[in-house]
Design a protein around this ligand. Structure first.
Ligand SMILES: Nc1ncnc2c1ncn2[C@@H]1O[C@H](COP(=O)(O)OP(=O)(O)O)[C@@H](O)[C@H]1O
Ligand SMILES: [Mg+2]
Length: 243
């Protein structure tokens, strides 16, 4: 049975989709079977990030509404990593139960299912959170993003998500900006969010909406190592945070 992770944030544009794609790549590179579900209805981006956008024929609403079988709706990045693209409009019968039923059609074929949520803790992100074993909140190291991650975490708690099933990822960390007082340091972000840290991803200008490939971001780069460490922790390895 797959472990299900939903990736959320308070504020938008903090790097959730980037995190999902790169973490999925790191996990699949370790031989794990990974299904990415793009939950960002209308604004889907994982097909672009993985470079499989020209192959999109179906999306998960087609599976939910029986227009397509579950196998056919998936796009293959490679043997270990597949993507279920997001619909362009919200399916009428979308509830926590119907989304759980969708996931159940895939969970025995994968080690990990990662759901990329839209920003905030509205109705849709909550549905995804309620379907997951773990929620990962992504925040950038600034006051606005950290405070919004705190608010999102509180809303998830109020919805019944247990604290031990929630993690924080700090994205776009830049030690120089911290030194110059332009960004918060890791302790400050943790103090504001009250969330347990899963990992820190550095700022890297090579990360764009169209490049997750090894060619553009080599395996020895700090950002790849960060995603490798995060995927290792997800797999249950003891990898120190080295803060
Ligand atoms: N670690 C990073 N370093 C540099 N740029 C990043 C990093 N993570 C994300 N970005 C950039 O930030 C922007 C928003 O990322 P995205 O993953 O689309 O955020 P979200 O899904 O939260 O809206 C994109 O242009 C992306 O390339
Ligand atoms: Mg996104």
């Amino acid at each position: 049975m797959a472990q299900i992770y939903t990736v959320l944030s308070g504020k938008g544009g903090v790097g959730k989709s980037t995190f999902c794609a790169n973490t999925a790549l790191a996990l699949s590179g370790e031989g794990k079977k990974v299904l990415l579900i793009d939950g960002d209805i209308t604004l889907r981006s994982l097909d672009l990030l993985l470079g499989v956008d020209s192959m999109v024929l179906y999306d998960w609403s087609d599976v939910m509404e029986n227009r397509c079988d579950s196998e056919k709706a998936r796009l293959f990045y490679d043997d270990n990593l597949q993507l279920l693209p997001a619909p362009l409009g919200t399916p009428e019968n979308l509830t926590t139960e119907s989304f759980k039923e969708l996931i159940s059609q895939y969970s025995n074929k994968y080690d990990y299912i990662i759901i990329d949520s839209p920003a905030g803790i509205g109705e849709l992100p909550l549905i995804y959170a309620e379907c997951a074993n773990f929620c990962i909140l992504v925040a950038t190291p600034d006051n606005v993003s950290a405070r919004s991650a705190c608010v999102a975490g509180t809303k998830l708690s109020e919805a019944g998500i247990k604290d031990e099933n929630m993690y924080l990822v700090i994205n776009r960390f830049d030690p120089w900006a911290v030194k110059n007082g332009r960004l918060l340091n890791i302790d400050e972000v943790m103090d504001i969010t009250y969330l347990r840290l899963l990992g820190v991803v550095p700022e890297d200008k090579r990360i764009t909406h169209t490049s997750v490939s090894e060619k553009e971001i080599p395996s020895h780069s700090k950002v790849r190592i960060a995603f490798g460490n995060i995927s290792g922790r997800i797999m249950g390895k003891e990898i120190p945070l080295n803060l």
